[in-house]
Design a protein around this ligand. Structure first.
Ligand SMILES: CC(C)(COP(=O)(O)OP(=O)(O)OC[C@H]1O[C@@H](n2cnc3c(N)ncnc32)[C@H](O)[C@@H]1OP(=O)(O)O)[C@@H](O)C(=O)NCCC(=O)NCCS
Length: 162
């Protein structure tokens, strides 16, 4: 499948939002605590891109936008540049064609060029197949996060870049 990937512009925020809502629809009402992605809107996504809080990549098959992933740069306490990758999503009818893996690889390549030392991600512990998906891409489990009533609800994954 001929897939091209590039960063989304602020005016494409509604496209990113639509892909997220379609891809995550199956988790709505089934995952607790609810996924924060459901609080996002085209306006919040556009504002995040403009403020450079987050960058969103878009994957296209031909002219059709079919997938997205978000990147959030930050510095560890020792000054190391890290990127958190999140909100990976592929439209249901395009899943299983390695578009998700290609989006992750594309962000990883950008991270290497930017001198990023570690990639991070957060996966719902209740969705173990996703942890396995990221492990196949070279991530490993580095910890868990808890909140009141939901011990270890998040699995923290990481990948060192050399
Ligand atoms: C996760 C997601 C982005 C993967 O995109 P994709 O293009 O289908 O991924 P790929 O084709 O590269 O890889 C497919 C892998 O997805 C995993 N997977 C995705 N959904 C799955 C499900 N419901 N059950 C089991 N495995 C699943 C499998 O590990 C599969 O690996 P396999 O090919 O060895 O079977 C896509 O399924 C999606 O948008 N899901 C909904 C949103 C989501 O869960 N995002 C990740 C949040 S951390």
């Amino acid at each position: 499948m001929d897939v091209t990937i590039r960063l989304a512009r602020p005016r494409e925020a509604a496209i990113v939002h639509r892909i997220l809502m379609e891809a995550y629809a199956g988790y709505r009402g089934r995952i607790v605590p609810p996924l924060k992605v459901f609080e996002s809107t085209p306006l919040t996504i556009a504002a995040d891109i403009r403020a450079r809080r987050h960058a969103h990549a878009l994957a296209f098959v031909g002219d059709e936008p079919v997938g997205t992933v978000r990147c959030t740069p930050w510095r560890s306490p020792n000054g190391q540049l890290r990127w958190t990758l999140s909100r990976l999503a592929v439209l249901p009818e395009f899943q299983g064609e390695a578009i998700g893996a290609r989006l992750m690889d594309w962000m990883e390549e950008r991270a290497r060029r930017a001198g990023v030392k570690q990639l991070r991600g957060h996966v719902r512990t209740a969705l173990p197949f996703l942890v396995r998906f990221y492990q196949k891409l070279g991530f490993r489990v580095i910890g868990y996060r808890s909140c009141p009533g939901h011990p270890r609800y998040l699995t923290v994954i990481g990948k060192h870049l050399v």
